[in-house]
Structures are given as structure tokens and as C-alpha cells.
Ligand binder design. Structure first.
Ligand code: FCB
Length: 405
């Protein structure tokens, strides 16, 4: 009989799940919620014969109200960490006017996490901005930086007692390319100039936010969540290697390098592999695909982690997961990915935690409610959470700090 090999993770490894405010909280008014209901968006969906109502975040998973239900899911998994975000528009609905009740609700939630032994990783900006900040010109305008920093200072001061890990920005490169190059997310621009302006403003915002957060408490650990793609040079051919070097620089490293002196850890979000064969985006035959037709390529995370070692900082896998409504591949994927993470740790990469995307089904941006990323299924009418089989599988890993090969 085959003996299974037990791969143990380092002591104090963080086992978590990740979510974001706009995708789970519900009841938000920000640039995204506004866009979801806009005429342009509605017409576009109707043209595709889709029901616009399925693409409006609305109450989402009602998590702002269902705090205890979410914590019950975390307990069932045995998590010792949770990554989530606050929503800027909820905290600062009018410029300079802070909603103390909203802040108190977040604080109460975080205290509950702590009472259950769950370490919070708090994301300050996971894409939407308040309507008034959008009207200042959004991230394309330098005018947004000062208010953003004011929001950061207020929020960090308020929650600092209970939070050690801060993620200033989620996937700045994904947001910027989708919103300002591809033109598919609000504000739907297609302009290289806008793209550069936004990247520049996000770099400035992060660098200054870093100083503010460290000034409030020098023990705070601050970073971003970076969406890195594993670019593979087919056949190791010189032209493919050359393209890979360019892609690595442009997509994976450029932003991280600009903030390298202002971050304490690296947050890695891993979803994609790209096999380069004279060009990008060439199709590859994957063994398995997610419901969104994303090819599942677990070993990519190993290569990315090895590459991130050069930054000489602790690494947290701040997101990794798949849309899989029928839960066909989730357990397999988690297991395969974690074997690769373990291999990277053995190779000396300082990986300190893994956060599965996602705890519960949620609103997947422009794709609406159809993609189901949750370890827990959500009934969007009753807001009931129901464990998928993979939740049990992941719980076993979290509770025993190991995977089997
Ligand atoms: C990432 C986003 C996250 C979620 C997953 C599926 O790019 O950070 O909010 O949508 O993809």
C-alpha cells in the first residue's frame, strides 16, 4: 500500500481565507455600485442577453450584518487568520466626515476575530472608492491622494489596537489594467496615459500610507497584495525567455520594486500561468479548469515564490482559489498548491501564511454572482452559509498544519 508523505508547515504558519468588502458586505454606495446600475453597463449586459440584476452587488453576502455567520465558518475551518477589507465609502461617506458607527462595527468584528484566536489581515483599499473621490477624478487624479491618506490615518488609528497586518492596496496592477487599459471596469477608460497616471498615484499613495501606518505604530507590518502571473518560457527558447523577462518586469516586479523600501512583507495573489511561445496568452492544455475557464496550474506558485525570495521579506499568500460551484476540483487544487508552497519553503522561501480565496461565495466584480469561489456556499436569498466538501478538506489541513503528498 502506498504510504502518504506528510508535509508539515512551520510552526505559527497562518492558515486563513480572504474576502473583500464590496464582494461580501452588501449595502454599499461607491463607484462600483454606481457603475453596476449605470445605463452603459445595463445596456451592455442586455446586449449579451444577460440579466443586469445578476450583476448588481446589492446585499452581496450581507456580511456586514452576518458577522457571526462568517466567524462561524472560520471556526468550522479552524482558521488562525482572516484577510478582509474595509470599505472607504462606508467609513468616509462624505469628504472628511467619518462614520463612527461603521468604524465601531469593524472594530467589534475584529475583536470577535481576536477572541477566537484569528489574526486579522486588513486591506485598506480593495478597489472601490467613494463617489465623492471618484468625482475628484478617482485614482487618475493626484487630488485623491490626500483624502486617501486621511482615510488611512483615521482607520488605522481607530483599529490599530487590534490589527498588526495592513495591506494598503489590493492588486494595483490588475485594477489599473482592467479599469484604465482594457476599459472593462469602472471608469472604463482605455488610455495608456491614464494607466501611467493611476499607477503613479497608487505608488505615491502606498509609500505615504506606509509612513503613516508605521508612525502610528512601528510594529505594524505593512505590504500590498500583488497579483503575480507565472510566465513560463516554452522550451526555454531565447525569444521566449526574453519575452518572459519583459513580462516579469512589467507585470510582476515593477510595482513591487517601486515600493520595496516601503514594505515589510510581500503579499502574493496567485491565479494564473501564461505559457509564452513567441507570444503571450497562448492556450495550454491544462488538466483541469475552473468554472471561469481559468486553467489550473498549481506548480506556478512554486516558481513565483522562488522568484519573490529576492525581496528578502516574509511572504504571505494573500489569495489563491478558483470558481468551482460543484466543488469538483477545489480540494485537489488546494492540496496541489500547498504541496508546491511546502516545496518552496523547503527551498528556503520564507512563506508565512496561506489565505484561500474565498471563505464564502461572493460578488465576483464584472462577472456578478455566478462564479462561486467559496469554501462555503451562500444562498443569496436567505444568506445561509453551507459548507462545501472542500471546507472539510481545508479544515483538516488548517487544524493539523500539514498536507499529504
Ligand atoms: C482577485 C481579486 C479578488 C477576487 C479574485 C477571484 O484578482 O483580488 O477580489 O475577485 O481575484
Amino acid at each position: 500500500m502506498d504510504e502518504k508523505l506528510e508535509l508539515r508547515f512551520p510552526k505559527q504558519f497562518l492558515w486563513g481565507c480572504a474576502t473583500s468588502a464590496h464582494q461580501i458586505e452588501g449595502g454599499l454606495t461607491n463607484d462600483w455600485s454606481d457603475w453596476e446600475k449605470s445605463e452603459r453597463r445595463t445596456k451592455h449586459l442586455q446586449k449579451l442577453n444577460l440579466n443586469p440584476a445578476d450583476f448588481i452587488s446589492g446585499l452581496a453576502a450581507n456580511s456586514f450584518v452576518e458577522q457571526n455567520a462568517d466567524i462561524a465558518c472560520m471556526k468550522e475551518l479552524g482558521l488562525n487568520a482572516y484577510r478582509f477589507s474595509v470599505d472607504w465609502s462606508r467609513i468616509e461617506p462624505q469628504p472628511g466626515v467619518f462614520d463612527e458607527t461603521a468604524l465601531a462595527t469593524y472594530l467589534e468584528f475584529i475583536k470577535k476575530l481576536r477572541a477566537h484566536g484569528i489574526e486579522p489581515l486588513l486591506t485598506l483599499w480593495h478597489w472601490p472608492v467613494p463617489l465623492w473621490a471618484r468625482d475628484l477624478g478617482g485614482w487618475q487624479s493626484g487630488k485623491i491622494i490626500e483624502p486617501f491618506l486621511r482615510f488611512v490615518e483615521k482607520t488605522v488609528n481607530y483599529l490599530n489596537q487590534e490589527v498588526n497586518f495592513w495591506i494598503t492596496l489590493n492588486e494595483p496592477t490588475v485594477y489599473t489594467s482592467q479599469s484604465f487599459l482594457a476599459g472593462v471596469w469602472p471608469p472604463q477608460k482605455k488610455s495608456l496615459l491614464a494607466y501611467y497616471q493611476v499607477i503613479g498615484n497608487l505608488i505615491k499613495a502606498h509609500r505615504q500610507a506606509y509612513d503613516i501606518i508605521k508612525k502610528i505604530d512601528a510594529n505594524n507590518q505593512v505590504g500590498i497584495a500583488s497579483h503575480n502571473i507565472y510566465f513560463e518560457a516554452k522550451g526555454n527558447k531565447p525569444i521566449n525567455r526574453w519575452l518572459k523577462a519583459g513580462a516579469d518586469w512589467w507585470w510582476n516586479d515593477r510595482f513591487l520594486k517601486k515600493i520595496d523600501d516601503k514594505q515589510d512583507f510581500i503579499g502574493l495573489n496567485y491565479y494564473f500561468h501564461n505559457l509564452i511561445n513567441y507570444k503571450f496568452g497562448r492556450h495550454h492544455d491544462y488538466e483541469k479548469y475552473s468554472d471561469m475557464s481559468w486553467g489550473l496550474h498549481p506548480e506556478g506558485i512554486y516558481h513565483l515564490l522562488k522568484d519573490l525570495k529576492k525581496y528578502n521579506k516574509p511572504i504571505y499568500i494573500t489569495e489563491n482559489g478558483l470558481a468551482d460551484k460543484g466543488d469538483q476540483h477545489r480540494s485537489w487544487y488546494i492540496n496541489e498548491v500547498l504541496q508546491k508552497v511546502h516545496q518552496a519553503i523547503e527551498a528556503g522561501v520564507p512563506v508565512k501564511g496561506y489565505f484561500h480565496w474565498s471563505l464564502i461565495d461572493n460578488f465576483e466584480w464584472s462577472h456578478g454572482f455566478e462564479p462561486r469561489f467559496g469554501l462555503f456556499e451562500v444562498n443569496f436569498q436567505t444568506f445561509e452559509r453551507l459548507a462545501r466538501p472542500s471546507a472539510q478538506f481545508y479544515a483538516d489541513i488548517c487544524q493539523h498544519n500539514r498536507v499529504f503528498k
